[in-house]
Design a protein around this ligand. Structure first.
Ligand code: ADP
Ligand code: MG
Length: 136
């Protein structure tokens, strides 16, 4: 399987709290992504810390871990040609104030931390993140 056609997305706890899970899944499917695998998981602190370990020296790290463990998340493997880049464009910039019109974060995110959705940023990270949640 060509990993560049796969990315790891997560619908974050704010997505769940705002009752947006169905809406975002609908948009993901309408944008041509195929959901290969998906699950609902309430991340433990150690799991969130491991997933975001690349950010552990950032000033937002502790609040990020609190947020990501604050409720259910929905990790999923998405398939599409050039999935990583295409999905990053689809969700928009990390900060909704900087995200392009029509992107998920522009439409639905409250702020730079509570930004509804995660998307892998490189092929190496997509591979690691898919392995992290699905051992595949
Ligand atoms: P992205 O999710 O767009 O790849 P990063 O990898 O830089 O963004 O950051 C991971 C997550 O950490 C973001 O999605 C967001 O939830 C949170 N985050 C990033 N930057 C900030 C910040 N300046 N303040 C608060 N939270 C942040
Ligand atoms: Mg990132």
């Amino acid at each position: 399987m060509n990993k560049s056609n796969y990315t790891l997305a997560i619908l974050k706890p704010d997505c769940y709290r705002k009752n947006l899970v169905g809406t975002i899944i609908d948009k993901i499917l309408n944008a041509g992504f195929i959901i290969k695998k998906m699950k609902m998981i309430h991340l433990a602190k150690e799991e969130a810390e491991k997933f975001y370990e690349v950010h552990k020296r950032k000033d937002f790290y502790i609040e990020l871990i609190k947020f990501m463990t604050s409720g259910p998340s929905f990790p999923m493997i998405l398939e599409k040609e050039n999935a990583i880049e295409t999905f990053r464009e689809f969700i928009g910039s990390t900060d909704p104030n900087k995200a392009a019109e029509g992107t998920i974060r522009k439409l639905y995110a409250d702020n730079v931390r509570q930004n509804i959705v995660h998307g892998s940023d490189t092929e190496i990270n997509a591979k690691r993140e898919i392995q992290f949640f699905f051992n595949s």
